[in-house]
Design a protein around this ligand. Structure first.
Ligand code: AMP
Length: 576
């Protein structure tokens, strides 16, 4: 490790905020400069030359020459990079690292370029949101129980390092230095974060946190799913964890030698601590308030809690008791977009202020234009409050006018930069004929039907859906994993409620005339969604970035098979 990597990083939150304020006051101008910088650095690449920019760097020329693209359009270029072609294809400086984005929807990970600029903007996002967070919830010297996991890293055919974006970030020396500067060093040694088996890593994360329980100030992960998953696991494993602490010997289930060695340095027999934790667990009612009981000095819980993470909020609140839940920033493997500068807002209301210097952003208005054609994208300075848009990114890492596929709503402005609320992925999840339902529509329907379960003290652990077109007419199938036994009567009511809760006019009218068949609710065995997670991790996905696929496509055979093999009961709606 070089000297530089050991050097403490200075971080004055007020300086970071001042810089952010200055930049957002003039967001439109910063955007023009950012585009200029991106095009100056990369104008000579094969990709941009193809579109005949001829050295021009202004937004008008850029937008008239370079087309909007999806990942699919760029795949031939990215694949050549992956295969080792180091000519200037997409970026002026050669790409040496590739990120695998989760690709939950397609069931197949996608490759995207990763570079130093992306790493730097990641740290800029982290520092900016930390600075705002620290104003409201200051933390001192302490630790952070970071439920993070490196995924498998490998070399591509062309010799490039490949891993998920989060893994590329965690592995970068700048990450550790920034975490230290943010008073949030991870409780666990690196061997645990990068362990080859995430179940073992999770167990050790919990153990490391418990051993250092007084020092823990923050519980975090990239996406909230990992936090909920960790404490669900704790409910299963707590006695074994207590035994390890009592005896100072790591459970034999941890079989990875490097992890065992690293853990043995931390673990000493501590019967008092084991008793304390044991008593605390026994004193809880249905695990309510587990987190503050285990970690009494926790100030807040931090992670992405919006979008597809919203369904886990209820459980997270249950574990968190009175502790505040702070929703983290908005970005993707392709690049970051916005930062949460209002940490006090509850996750349901979280917005993300776009950082105008980390990329050039455009927004396609979703309101149908009169001719029915897709509206033209507008710039960052032209968006309107209250409107919904699809996000287009131009990055320092080789993506030009790239459709991210996310729908956002402009809630307001921070100075002159928009504050975005994440709405959902743009693609439709459920559609048979004229019906149109997105991930958000499904989430709302599940939420409504889960109320029926809640009356019976049960919850939906996780859910997904599919279109079944083997019947005539086709129909929606919703899969639920629930926390216990429910009567047929209750589940029939849930099934009807689901069917009635899709409010889309196309669905309603199709159901009424039976152009769409009765919705089916299928209950799967406990642990089914755990198997789905394991399946994706086996494909190289990162637990840290995991998002349950909310709809399983017809080609996603393996996941369909897991679901279908685990169905215990199924119900057909009688709502229409
Ligand atoms: P990945 O493929 O793992 O890079 O995930 C990127 C996607 O995760 C984004 O395109 C969004 O759909 C989603 N995402 C990222 N950040 C947030 C956020 N703060 N709120 C909601 N969804 C998010």
């Amino acid at each position: 490790m070089g000297m530089l990597e050991e050097m403490p990083l200075s971080l004055d939150p007020e300086d970071v905020i001042a810089e952010f304020e200055a930049m957002t006051r003039d967001a439109g101008r910063v955007q023009i400069e950012t585009l200029k910088k991106i095009l100056e650095e990369n104008g000579r690449t094969e990709y941009l030359q193809r579109w005949g920019l001829d050295g021009r760097t202004d937004p008008e020329s850029y937008k008239s020459c370079v087309p909007l693209v999806t990942h699919e359009d760029l795949e031939p270029y990215i694949n050549r990079i992956v295969d080792g072609d180091d000519s200037s294809i997409l970026t002026g400086n050669p790409i040496t690292t590739i990120s695998l984005s989760s690709g939950t929807t397609r069931g197949m990970p996608k490759f995207v370029p990763f570079n130093d600029e992306l790493m730097e903007s990641t740290m800029q996002i982290y520092k900016t949101s930390y600075s705002f967070r620290n104003r409201e919830f200051p933390i001192g010297n302490g630790k952070c129980l970071q439920l993070i996991y490196g995924s498998r890293q490998f070399k591509t055919k062309g010799g490039l390092a490949a891993g998920t974006a989060t893994t590329n970030v965690y592995r970068n020396p700048l990450f550790k230095r920034t975490m230290k500067a943010m008073h949030s060093p991870c409780c666990s040694p690196e061997e645990v974060i990068f362990g080859p088996d995430f179940h073992q890593s999770l167990y050790c994360h919990l153990l490391c946190g418990l051993i250092q329980r007084e020092e823990v100030q923050v519980i975090s992960s990239t996406f909230a799913h990992s936090i909920v998953f960790a404490f669900r696991t704790f409910e299963q494993d707590w006695e074994e964890l207590c035994t390890d602490i009592r005896e100072g010997v790591l459970s034999s289930r941890i079989s990875v030698p490097s992890v065992r060695t690293a853990m043995s340095k931390l673990l000493k027999p501590n019967p008092e601590l084991a008793d304390l934790i044991h008593n605390k667990c026994q004193g809880l009612s249905n695990w309510y308030g587990l987190i503050p009981e285990l970690f009494p000095n926790t100030r807040y819980i931090y992670g992405i809690m919006t979008g597809s993470m919203e369904p886990y909020l209820k459980k997270l609140r249950h574990y968190a008791g009175e502790l505040p839940l702070l929703s983290a920033d908005y970005g993707s493997s392709e690049g970051w977009i916005g930062v949460n500068v209002n940490p006090k807002l509850p996750p349901e209301m979280a917005t993300f202020a776009v950082l105008p210097n980390i990329g050039y952003f455009e927004f396609i208005p979703l309101r149908q234009s009169l001719d029915g054609l897709e509206a033209k994208p507008v710039g960052l300075a032209e968006v309107k409050a209250g409107e919904e848009y699809e996000v287009i990114v131009t990055s320092f890492a080789g993506l030009y006018r790239y459709r991210l596929g996310d729908v956002v709503k402009v809630k307001g402005f921070h100075n002159s930069t928009p504050e975005l609320q994440f709405i959902c992925r743009r693609n439709l999840l459920l559609t048979i004929n004229i019906d149109k339902n997105t991930e958000k529509d499904l989430q709302l329907a599940v939420e409504a039907a889960a109320k029926v379960l809640a009356e019976n003290r049960l919850e939906v652990v996780d859910f997904t859906s599919r279109i079944d077109s083997s019947t005539e007419p086709g129909h929606y199938v919703i899969f639920w994993e629930i926390s216990g036994e429910a009567s047929d009567e209750v589940l029939e009511e849930c099934c009807n409620c689901l069917d009635k809760s899709f409010l889309d006019a196309g669905y309603l009218s199709s159901r009424k005339v039976k152009a769409i068949g009765a919705l089916e609710l299928r209950i799967v065995k406990r642990g089914t969604f755990h198997k789905i997670l394991d399946h994706y991790v086996g494909l190289g996905a990162a637990v840290s970035q995991f998002k349950t696929p909310r709809c399983v496509g017809p080609t996603n055979n393996k996941v369909l098979q897991i679901l279908c093999n685990n169905v215990v009961k199924s119900y057909s709606s009688t709502a229409f």
